[in-house]
Design a protein around this ligand. Structure first.
Ligand code: FDA
Length: 525
């Protein structure tokens, strides 16, 4: 359906101001007091950490990854609710609705803009921190698992592989990422070419909706279940747990890490990699990190070194890979190795460590590339990453399963036709100013001619508030039209519209809201 025709069908966009669910942006300290009083009936007091508590700062900071959002002046929550079961979450939602206090939900705290624990605008809000809801229950025979949102992907990997080393799950590399936010936005990882994104492997979920009701997939219905699998965190309720399909992996996998400098053929290798990597056997994923004018080729191969070597010498001889570059190990160990250990001696128990480092500020942005960038252009791109700017890009190839799934099957639309994703990372020490360096904005601008356009696509899990204006209006509701600016970049026009229509059905009063949550779109029948 043409966009203009479909828009004409929208007879009215109703921002449901009269609904009981609507929360005024002007929720004040007295509503905050009422909210806290209300919580005492449903949540044990030791699970509610208020600003006056001596542990407030440490609980708030516990899973924060980017200290930029802990700086003085940041709009902080009234309290952090640390539930241990579904009834506590339901009570928080009901009290929040009743007393006009919004909730931000946090699973792993890795949101690049900190939206799970801070607000950009002044408002009274509370955080529901799911770190205490993090069980992983593996059904080895059925090759499925129920994983709670507060688990990290490292905890998920560990539990699955310990239950059966022949099973695994496709998700991101950093072990401290929370399942709740990660699955809500898609889940790019080293096995997506073989098995798709995390959300492509979600079979069921338990969600607390805007009424405080606990729903499974059947009770949620088709659109609601579709929306939570990649439509971005926060918008549709609080997902408590996910049933996932586990995937088979061989007992031995192979990794390599080959570095090339510009004077040793890095530009030629990256230029070729762009069209080759999406076409490689699905068992082989090679991603590239460009930093210090060098390209680091990091790979996971679901097989042995003997099987991999002939593939590499025939497909990408530019890397001159030899047996000495191969490291064979278990899949679980490979998640430790590729994430930075670079050695097989680091115990896999490191995946259970939830401690995050607060030593650097970061700012991230993303792009998708549909047409290979020329060698001449790469010659100009590499110098942006010269070490002085303390920045890098990570290139993650599409192809295989992730590209075979239709754009509308989940809200994540960046599938067929996409060669690879680019993530831009700027990082700088906390001893310096917290202001984002111009470098990342400038390199992003420089890259514009080389990446997808109309719209310039972005990955919602690499959240970036710069790509659209704040959707929240003075009345405290989000606007569909202004949301299109970032929403169509993250989800494509058709998926964004379906997300907004679904939001209009399940949370018309826009209770679950942040600066980039899906705005409710309600059509007159
Ligand atoms: P956090 O708790 O901050 O939540 C993120 C968003 O989801 C917030 O809006 C939050 O309100 C919402 N949310 C959280 N829990 C929810 C729940 N239970 N129900 C509903 N909404 C919920 N991505 C990727 O695809 N592949 C990768 O390899 C990496 N690597 C990576 C490394 C590092 C160091 C960082 C900081 C981030 C990544 N990411 C990533 C991005 C990551 O997937 C993204 O930030 C996720 O949203 C993080 O999920 P958390 O639960 O940790 O975040």
């Amino acid at each position: 359906m043409a966009a203009s025709t479909s828009l004409a069908l929208v007879l009215a966009v109703v921002l449901c101001c009269g609904c009981a669910a609507t929360v005024s942006a002007a929720a004040n300290s007295s509503s905050g007091d009422d909210f806290l009083r209300c919580l005492t009936a449903g949540v044990p007091s030791q699970l509610v950490v208020t600003q006056g508590s001596s542990s407030f700062t440490s609980v708030l900071a516990s899973s924060v990854r980017n200290p930029r959002f802990l700086a003085p002046g940041t709009v902080r929550p009234l309290c952090v609710v640390t539930p241990t079961n579904a009834s506590h979450v339901q009570a928080a939602v009901r009290c929040g609705r009743r007393h006009g206090v919004r909730l931000r939900v946090r699973s792993g705290g890795h949101d690049y803009e900190g939206l799970s624990y801070r607000s950009v605008r002044p408002e009274v809000f509370a955080v529901v921190d799911l770190a205490g809801v993090r069980a992983v229950r593996v059904n080895r025979g059925a090759a499925t698992a129920w994983v709670d949102s507060g688990a990290t992907v490292g905890e998920l990997y560990y539990a699955v592989a310990k239950a059966d080393p022949g099973l695994a799950f496709p998700a991101g590399l950093c072990p401290t990422i929370g399942v709740g936010g990660h699955f809500s936005g898609g889940g790019i990882g080293m096995m997506m070419r073989k098995y798709g994104l995390s959300v492509d492997n979600v079979l069921d979920a338990m969600v607390v909706d805007a009424n405080g009701t606990l729903l499974d997939k059947k009770a949620m219905g088709r659109d609601y279940f579709w929306a939570i699998r990649g439509g971005g965190g926060e918008s549709f309720g609080i997902v408590l747990s996910w049933k996932v399909r586990l995937v088979p992996v061989p007992r031995t996998v192979t990794v390599f890490n080959i570095q090339k400098s510009m004077d040793k053929g890095a530009v030629d290798a990256v230029t070729k990699w762009q069209t080759l990597a999406p076409e490689l056997p699905e068992e082989l994923t090679i991603r590239v990190v460009v930093q210090n004018k060098q390209a680091r080729f990091q790979s996971l191969y679901l097989g042995t070194c003997d099987q991999l070597l002939p593939v590499m010498s025939s497909k990408l001889p530019e890397l001159a890979m030899t047996r000495a570059d191969c490291q064979e190990m278990s899949w679980l160990q490979s998640m430790v190795y590729i994430n930075g250990a670079g050695t097989t001696s680091t115990p896999v128990e490191v995946l259970l460590n939830r401690t995050t480092s607060l030593s650097t500020y970061t700012k991230n942005k993303s792009d998708y590339v549909k047409q290979a960038i020329s060698k001449a252009s790469w010659e100009k791109i590499f110098p942006w990453f010269d070490g002085a700017g303390a920045g890098l890009i990570i290139l993650e190839p599409n192809g295989g399963r992730v590209s075979a799934i239709a754009d509308g099957d989940t809200p994540y639309p960046h599938r067929a036709g996409v060669l690879y994703n680019i993530q831009y990372v700027a990082f700088w020490p906390t001893t310096a100013t917290a202001a984002v360096p111009d470098w990342i904005k400038n390199v992003y601008k420089f890259m514009e001619p080389f990446v997808s356009s109309n719209p310039r696509a972005a990955y919602v899990n690499y959240r970036d508030l710069d790509i659209g204006e704040n959707t929240v209006t003075a009345g405290g509701v989000t606007s569909y039209e202004s949301g299109r600016l970032w929403g169509e970049k993250y989800f494509g026009a058709a998926n964004f519209r379906r997300l907004a229509l679904t939001k209009g059905k399940v949370d018309a009063g826009d209770y679950f809201q942040n600066e980039q949550s899906i705005p409710p779109l309600v059509t007159k029948k």
